[in-house]
Write a protein that binds this ligand. Structure first.
Ligand code: ZN
Length: 152
């Protein structure tokens, strides 16, 4: 199996079986839940991201919504990647992911882990917004506590 097939399998797997799917309720274990809704009108992807912080660290994160395979897989991979990380580390990770999605010469950094599976998206510029929607929505939740973002 070559790398492209491996990446495709990761995307398909995370689309069929999204990790951390659902919502977080504030009353679960105390602690305020930040939440934002994201919409990508180009494709019709809609998702909501729920985050619980412990200081600067993302203690828990979930998402729900409906969209194309890329948007769902990207959101699923994102939740796995950022859980337990500090906000500053999450911002750096998004920079790396964004570069991976938009630069043909970008080779996945080892720090990206499974997020490297999104590297094939750069071949389809129209799908970049599908892949970044969950990240923009996460940023909106972290910055504003409750917000709605659109990729337009
Ligand atoms: Zn999409």
């Amino acid at each position: 199996m070559d790398l492209k097939e491996l990446y495709r399998d990761v995307i398909l797997d995370h689309n069929r079986h999204p990790r951390n799917f659902g919502r977080l309720e504030s009353e679960d274990r105390g602690g305020e839940v930040l939440h934002a809704d994201g919409h990508n009108p180009l494709c019709g992807d809609r998702l909501s991201v729920y985050v619980r912080l412990n200081g600067e660290r993302i203690e828990d994160i979930r998402f729900e919504g409906s969209g194309c395979a890329i948007s769902t897989a990207s959101a699923s991979l994102m939740t796995e990647a950022v859980k337990g990380k500090e906000r500053a580390a999450v911002a750096r990770l998004f920079d790396q992911v964004h570069r991976l999605l938009t630069h043909h010469d970008a080779t996945p950094d080892a720090a990206l882990g499974k997020l490297a599976a999104l590297s094939g998206v750069h071949e389809f510029p129209a799908r970049v917004k599908c892949a970044t929607l969950s990240w923009h929505t996460l940023n909106a939740a972290l910055e504003h506590g409750s917000a709605t973002v659109s990729t337009e």
